[in-house]
Design a protein around this ligand. Structure first.
Ligand SMILES: [Zn+2]
Length: 225
């Protein structure tokens, strides 16, 4: 099968004009996904470690619900991910938050992926977002009440309640975001995505250069940073 000729990563892919159907990728998968250029398209393997899904930057895994592995409703979420080594958080303790933010801005690695949700989990997500928004509004209302009140006992009661509400809505927002998967590590051009349903391992092939979903050019993304 001459169509299945494999081009080394980084090499200029040969253009054949007509689209070549993707050949089967070799199994079992190796610890590091190997970029394989075929014709005008780049294919990457997706590696499932049992806890994390290793996928290339720019890839779409939106055909499946990230939470249950069922077929998605066809409306992908664009996820702009950012990651830095966890030890960096120590900088918040010393020398402080500002230094941490500056260092994190330079050290962090970023990637963009596309994930999907099924109808049931999209509904669930909307409900959770509505509840989180309601709790936040209630917290803001309590702060307004406290600011306009002269009753010290009342203020002592409603300020902690307002703080609790604000913290609750913040935690809910983080949970809602992490339910779409979050990076355990990013090492360009790959993302190790956590919180992904194990229904994904069946999909050990991701096409990267989709004209609809993928905006980054595979070769540009594959360059070491
Ligand atoms: Zn689902």
């Amino acid at each position: 099968m001459s169509n299945n000729q494999v081009v080394a990563a980084g090499a200029a892919p040969v253009t054949h004009g007509a689209e070549v159907p993707p050949p089967p990728l070799p199994t079992p998968v190796v610890p590091y996904a190997t970029p394989v250029g075929i014709g005008t398209q780049a294919h990457y393997q997706v590696v499932w470690s049992g806890r994390e899904l290793m996928i290339p930057d720019g890839a779409s895994i939106a055909d499946r619900c990230v939470r249950c592995g069922d077929p998605s409703d066809g409306r992908p979420f664009k996820r702009r991910l950012s990651w830095h080594p966890g030890a960096l958080y120590l900088l918040i303790l010393f020398p402080g938050l500002l230094i941490y933010l500056i260092v994190a801005m330079f050290v962090r690695k970023r990637a963009t992926i596309y994930v999907g949700l099924c109808e049931r989990h999209r509904r669930q997500r909307r409900t959770m977002m509505a509840v989180a928004g309601g709790v936040l509004l209630a917290a803001i209302a309590l702060f307004f009440m406290a600011a306009n009140s002269t009753d010290d006992d009342l203020i002592r009661m409603i300020v902690p309640a307002g703080i609790a509400g604000a913290v609750t809505s913040l935690v809910m927002a983080m949970v809602i975001s992490k339910q779409l998967g979050y990076p355990g590590r990013i090492r360009p051009p790959f993302v190790w995505l956590k919180n992904v349903h194990s229904g994904y391992p069946a999909h050990n092939d991701v096409r990267r250069e989709s004209p609809v979903l993928i905006t980054r050019k595979p070769q540009a993304a594959a360059q070491p940073k």
